[in-house]
Design a protein around this ligand. Structure first.
Ligand SMILES: *[C@@H]1O[C@H](CO)[C@@H](O)[C@H](O)[C@H]1NC(C)=O
Ligand SMILES: *[C@@H]1O[C@H](CO)[C@@H](O)[C@H](O)[C@H]1NC(C)=O
Length: 248
C-alpha cells in the first residue's frame, strides 16, 4: 500500500512514504537530480512541473537565454537518484494524482531508468521496458550508463487506482517494482512529460515504512495533501503558446 506520512511525532506509522516536494521542478537535470538519502526508507518526491519560459526555444539546444536564467535552464525532465548496493533491490514507484485537472487519457509521461548497473529489461516482467542505446537527454561524457524506457503512452501500461486516506486523495500508480540490480551504483529515475500543461507526478523509492533518523526536507501532511488534491491553481492549466508550440 502506498501511503504518505507526516513527519510528526503525533502520527503512528502504518504504511507510508515520506513525502518531499518539488513545486517548481527544480530537479530538472542530471546535475540537479533529487538525491534520495538511501534505498531503505520509503520516500516519495512529489513534483509539479512548470511552463517553459518565454525565451525557451524547443528543440534548439543552443538557444540563448537571459543571464539570470542560465544557471537553471527549463527542461521537460525531472531527475531523481538513489544509490543501490549490488546485493540490494531497486524498489521504485511512479504515479500521478487522480484529479479532474489531469484526468484525460493522453496524460502519460515517459519514465526512464538510467545507470551503470540497471537490472535487465526482462527482470520487470510484462510489459517490459525498452533498453535504449541513446536516451533523448544528454549524459555527462564518459558516463557509461544504460537506459530503460517505460513508454506509458502505450496502453499496455495500466494504472492501478490507489486510495490514499491520509491524503484524502486517489493516486494512479503506473509503475511499482522491486528488482535486483547488477552491481552497486547510482540509479537515476527520469520523468519526461509531453504535456503543454502544468502536471504533477510522484517517484518513490525504498520499502521500509518507518521514520528514519533524519527527516530533513520532508513535507508536511498538509503540503502533501494539497499536492495530491491538485490545489495549486496552475495544475492542469495550459502553458502560453510560444516558439515552436505556436506553430503546431
Ligand atoms: C507495490 O507492490 C507491492 C509488492 O507487490 C505491493 O505490496 C504494494 O501494494 C504495491 N503498491 C502499489 C501502489 O501498487
Ligand atoms: C537555435 O538558436 C540559435 C540562437 O538563438 C539560433 O542562432 C539558431 O539559428 C537556432 N537554430 C535552430 C535550428 O533553430
Amino acid at each position: 500500500m502506498i501511503s504518505f506520512i507526516l513527519a510528526s511525532v503525533f502520527l503512528s506509522l502504518a504504511a507510508a512514504h515520506l513525502p518531499y516536494l518539488d513545486a517548481q521542478n527544480s530537479h530538472n537535470s542530471i546535475h540537479t537530480a533529487f538525491s534520495f538519502p538511501d534505498n531503505i526508507y520509503s520516500r516519495a518526491l512529489l513534483t509539479t512541473t512548470t511552463c517553459p519560459p518565454r525565451y525557451y526555444n524547443h528543440g534548439n539546444k543552443t538557444h540563448t537565454q537571459p543571464a539570470t536564467a542560465r544557471a537553471k535552464p527549463w527542461s521537460r525532465y525531472s531527475w531523481s537518484k538513489v544509490y543501490v548496493g549490488g546485493d540490494e533491490c531497486l524498489t521504485f514507484e511512479f504515479g500521478v494524482p487522480h484529479i479532474p485537472a489531469l484526468e484525460y487519457p493522453s496524460f502519460r509521461p515517459t519514465v526512464y531508468l538510467v545507470g551503470e548497473c540497471l537490472p535487465p529489461a526482462r527482470a520487470f516482467g510484462y510489459p517490459e521496458p525498452q533498453p535504449l542505446e541513446y536516451p533523448p537527454f544528454d549524459l555527462p561524457s564518459g558516463y557509461r550508463a544504460t537506459a530503460l524506457r517505460f513508454h506509458l503512452a502505450d496502453p499496455i501500461w495500466e494504472a492501478e487506482k490507489i486510495d490514499e486516506p491520509r491524503l484524502d486523495a486517489t493516486l494512479l500508480s503506473y509503475l511499482n517494482y522491486s528488482v535486483p540490480v547488477k552491481c552497486s551504483g547510482e540509479v537515476y529515475i527520469v520523468v519526461e512529460t509531453h504535456e503543454k500543461r502544468v502536471v504533477e507526478y510522484y517517484v518513490a523509492v525504498g520499502e521500509l515504512e518507518e521514520l528514519p533518523a533524519s527527516t530533513a526536507g520532508v513535507a508536511t501532511l498538509a503540503e502533501a495533501r494539497a499536492w495530491a488534491q491538485g490545489e495549486d491553481k496552475r495544475v492542469g492549466q495550459y502553458c502560453p503558446r510560444r516558439g515552436i508550440w505556436e506553430r503546431e
